[in-house]
Design a protein around this ligand. Structure first.
Ligand SMILES: [Zn+2]
Length: 194
């Protein structure tokens, strides 16, 4: 998320039970605060989000639990979050945010952190993004794919989810079947939604 964003204000304070999403076979929709309570073994995990720090708002505690139990977790960041620090030029902000992301990932036992370098703030949903994600999933072959909120809000009146979050979440759910992505695995999907 952008540091100017209001994700924290959009998070729920309760921890409801996981909600099965009947529209996506094999997928589970969880509120961010409920992820830590999800007690199934995720196996290997690939977490795909738009920005550095998205995973720290709602997923990192669960990731720490998983890696402590032996799961291998990898992070894939679609952008470097270069537009996310007020008063700092993107060229300066990108390496700062990358370092912060790698350091915070290391705290919860994650050493695999990759960046796709789509432009922060103007990520476009489309074939290019969908195929980038499909290729990463084919390469990692995770048992579980963790995605961020793809919906247009955070579940309370007046909240708006960022276009980057929506594009990345939706692209993770609608990966294309093309010659380049043939042979990709079909991981279980967890989505963090309000
Ligand atoms: Zn974000």
């Amino acid at each position: 998320m952008s540091r100017q964003g209001g994700l924290l204000s959009g998070m729920q304070s309760s921890c409801p039970s996981p909600e099965r999403n009947p529209g996506l076979p094999g997928s589970t929709t969880l509120k961010p605060m409920a992820l830590e309570l999800w007690d199934e073994d995720p196996g290997t995990v690939l977490a795909i989000v738009a920005h550095p720090d998205d995973l720290e708002y709602g997923a990192a505690a669960a990731v720490a639990k998983w890696t402590s139990a032996g799961s291998r977790v990898s992070y894939l960041l679609v952008t470097r979050g270069e537009a996310g620090i007020d008063g700092m030029a993107p060229a300066q902000a990108a390496p700062v945010r990358e370092r912060e992301q790698r350091a915070s990932a290391a705290v919860v036992g994650v050493s695999s952190v990759e960046f796709l370098d789509h432009p922060d703030g103007t990520v476009e949903y489309g074939l290019a993004l969908r195929e980038d994600l499909a290729l990463a999933i084919r390469r990692h072959r995770p048992d579980t794919l963790l995605l961020f909120n793809h919906r247009d809000n955070w579940g309370f009146p007046g909240s708006r989810n960022s276009a980057d979050h929506r594009a990345v979440g939706e692209a993770g759910l609608t990966r294309p079947q093309t010659p380049a992505t043939a042979g990709s695995s079909r991981p279980r999907i967890l989505t963090l939604t309000p």
